[in-house]
Design a protein around this ligand. Structure first.
Ligand code: C2E
Ligand code: MG
Ligand code: MG
Length: 707
């Protein structure tokens, strides 16, 4: 029922006609049909009466002076309360035009004079019923829209016969689509974020194709850039003949729900005090890590930490101070892991480290993808060092040490529980050996790592103590057998260990940053040596130095080289730089800049050990490389292995076509020499000519000039 009629016993009809007799007869007929009647003699009066009485039905004469029926009807429809009132136009003219006009101005129906008064009452009643049904439908539509708005839920339907999509206003609002325009299936999916697009489309497409229900969660971006989570569900609606007719769907904004889920996850998986992962999350991640490491054949480490004498802190101060200390330590661990990761892994990788608090004063760290166990030791050492700093907790100076046990996957176990247990027992071992230290589960690792750290320790003083020397290996023009240059190769004369080869200490120096000073020393020494030879009457030769891969861009290499050349009054052609592919694989933009600066100095750049790494052609074309050095491993077997022959031939051809010079490394036999010469390699070096030798011996070779 409408609002007005619900308060009235009888429905109210307004009769508007300028003909008094007609007004009276219509009024009587309508009263007889059960209406209450009011009347007006022209449009203007009718309009005023409408506003004050709000009738349910209006019988409106078309032909009236002043304001005719069409105008009156249009005016009523413009009023907010005039939207749903039933209006019956009474036309005197039985022509198409005025009936059409009636509908245009918003009338519900029309009737032509002369009137059948008997039927008019019935018609009025019928119109009221239809009007009420229409109003009810409208109301429920509005109620639905409001409910959908409140629930952030919209509906949509997809007509499977003609592929038409219809979206409710809330669906449009939810997806950030304009209600006004026709929405296509493509529009419907357009707000879905790129990562979810494929999946969303596939699921809905499949539902349409197979005529089965679906339910899917995905993310959308609104025009203002806000990300939202939605749940979209659909079901097939079959018609009376059992044919799939429509896909009916409901889409809901579940962003809040997702947030709540996230909060619940936080509570369930994270430690309330420190915000670190808890045991449950840790164990789950550990299992994942085991699976991933098995698949990719990687190692990872568990570091089990237990604070030393933590109970004393709780007893001496308070539990509150103890809690604050644990929070501080958690924060320190987080920062520490970040910085030590950077040190132990100069190359970018997918490191995914997790720190968890297992309870009380026990923490555990999962160091993923460690190339060697000593990386875990490096982290452990840093933690021990960091721990020793004291904490100021509400005015109390508190300090604590920790004991750390380390287990390595897969050496110390291939299952989570075993790895955890072994890290734990290694931690007890650390406690037994005086606390404030770390221990590997495997004894042999402790020894190996100790050995390495002692080497590292000595390395720190090697430069100052002048323990490095450069050896020089001649580089020969293969056609003329002339010495055209030398490669400078570093040696460490260790006071106790004797001569340590570069492969043993350069990787260490790269990890701890000492390489920067070593590179500088090499550049200066090579230039100095060249100058000395010149002073001894030998032509200055070309010396190639090896630049190792550690953060080339941050080494100030350019300045060092410029200064060294200047000090010794040498030209760019007297120095050459050898780099390996892994330098090129690092942060490219910075690296290219350094290489271009080298080139600006007119220095030649050689790509060392070519063929062992990625050997990608793109390196040759993207970087300013002048010389390719074919790796020794290819040359070594080139006379025996057909495959190597093919590769060497290809590298030489490729290099030459790019205008590069080819140097073959590690030529040991006459056969190899002949072969490479035959392939048109430009230069070579190797034991066949001479091993790397001291500066004096090299001077002697230079004097001779040929090999
Ligand atoms: P590399 O630059 O590829 O140097 C060639 C290595 O092959 C040298 O080993 C050399 O002694 C060896 N070699 C030369 N001819 C032959 C041969 O005919 N047969 C065999 N079996 N070996 C030959 P070394 O001197 O031990 O150097 C090893 C690596 O250490 C070098 O490889 C280079 O990557 C690095 N390195 C050497 N000196 C320096 C340096 O001053 N700075 C840096 N950053 N790295 C250096
Ligand atoms: Mg080299
Ligand atoms: Mg090499």
């Amino acid at each position: 029922m409408t609002f007005n009629t619900s308060l009235r016993k009888k429905p109210l009809v307004l009769v508007v006609d300028d003909d008094l007799s007609l007004r009276l007869s219509i009024g009587a007929a309508m009263e007889k049909a059960g209406f209450q009647v009011i009347d007006a003699e022209n449009g203007r009066e009718g309009l005023t009466l409408f506003q004050s009485k709000k009738p349910d039905l209006i019988l409106l004469d078309v032909m009236m002076p002043e304001m005719d029926g069409f105008e009156t009807c249009a005016a009523i429809r413009k009023l907010p309360e005039g939207k749903y009132t039933q209006i019956l136009m009474v036309t005197g003219l039985d022509d198409i035009q005025s009936t059409e006009r009636s509908f245009e101005v918003g009338a519900n129906d029309f009737v032509a004079k002369p009137l059948n008064l008997m039927l008019l009452g019935h018609r009025g009643k019928y119109m009221l019923r239809a009007g009420q049904a229409f109003q009810e439908l409208n109301k429920s539509k509005r109620r639905l829209a409001k409910t959908q708005e409140l629930a952030h839920l919209g509906n949509w339907d997809f007509d499977l016969l003609n592929m038409n999509l219809h979206c409710s206003p809330e669906t449009c609002r939810l997806l950030g689509l304009s209600e006004a325009s026709h929405i296509t299936y493509k529009d419907f999916l357009s707000p879905v974020i790129a990562q979810d697009q494929g999946r969303a489309k596939e699921v809905i497409d499949r539902a349409i194709r197979t005529k089965t229900p679906f339910s899917i969660n995905y993310r959308i971006v609104l025009p203002d850039g806000v990300l939202q989570h939605v749940l979209n569900r659909g079901e097939i609606f079959f018609n009376a003949n059992g044919e799939a007719e429509t896909l009916l769907g409901a889409i809901q904004n579940v962003t809040q729900l997702k947030r709540a889920e996230e909060e619940i996850r936080m509570l369930a998986f994270y430690d309330g005090l420190t915000g670190l992962a808890n045991r449950m999350l840790f164990m789950a991640r550990l299992e994942q890590e085991i699976t991933a490491s098995k698949r990719h054949k990687r190692n990872f480490a568990l570091l089990f930490l237990d604070l030393d004498h933590f109970k004393r802190i709780n007893d001496t101060f308070s539990h509150h101070i103890g809690d604050l200390l644990l929070k501080n330590i958690a924060e320190n661990l987080r920062e520490n892991i970040r910085s030590s990761d950077a040190v132990s892994k100069p190359a970018p990788d997918h490191s995914d480290t997790l720190i968890a608090r297992l309870g009380g004063d026990e923490f555990i760290i999962l160091l993923s993808d460690i190339s060697e166990p000593e990386n875990a030791a490096i982290v452990a050492r840093r933690i021990l060092q960091e721990m020793q700093k004291s904490h100021n907790l509400e005015g109390h100076e508190v300090s604590v040490t920790t004991s750390i046990g380390i287990s390595i996957f897969p050496t110390d176990g291939e299952e989570g529980e075993a790895l955890l247990q072994h890290a734990d027992s290694a931690m007890y071992h650390a406690k037994d050996t005086g606390r404030n230290n770390y221990q590997f589960y495997k004894e042999s690792l402790n020894a190996a790592v100790l050995e390495r750290f002692s080497l590292e320790n000595d390395l720190k003083h090697a430069l100052k103590k002048n323990e490095f020397i450069l050896y020089y290996q001649p580089q020969i023009n293969l056609a003329t057998r002339e010495i055209v240059g030398a490669e400078a190769l570093i040696r460490w004369m260790h006071p106790k260990r004797g001569m340590v080869p570069p492969d043993k200490f350069i990787p260490i120096a790269e990890k701890n940053g000492l390489i920067i000073d070593i590179n500088k020393w090499v550049i200066q020494t090579a230039c100095e040596q060249n100058d000395i030879w010149r002073q001894n009457g030998l032509n200055p030769t070309r010396i190639a130095i090896n630049l190792s891969g550690y953060q080339l861009a941050r080494q100030n290499i350019i300045q060092t080289i410029e200064e060294a050349l200047q000090t010794r009054n040498l030209e760019a052609k007297h120095l050459e730089v050898e780099i390996t592919e892994n330098i090129l694989m690092q942060d490219t933009a910075d690296t290219i800049q350094v290489l271009n600066q080298l080139r600006d100095l007119n220095l030649k750049i050689a790509l060392d050990d070519f063929g062992t790494g990625y050997s990608s052609l793109s390196y040759l074309t993207n970087f300013p490389v002048d010389i390719i050095k074919i790796d020794r491993s290819f040359v070594m077997e080139c006379t025996e292995l057909k495959n190597n022959l093919v590769i060497i031939k290809a590298i030489i051809a490729m290099g030459h076509s790019l205008g590069m010079k080819i140097v073959a490394e590690g030529i040991e036999t006459r056969e190899q020499l002949e072969l490479l010469k035959g392939f048109n390699a430009d230069e070579g070096q190797g034991y066949y000519f001479s091993p790397p030798v001291s500066q004096d011996k090299f001077a002697a070779l230079l004097r001779h000039g040929h090999l």
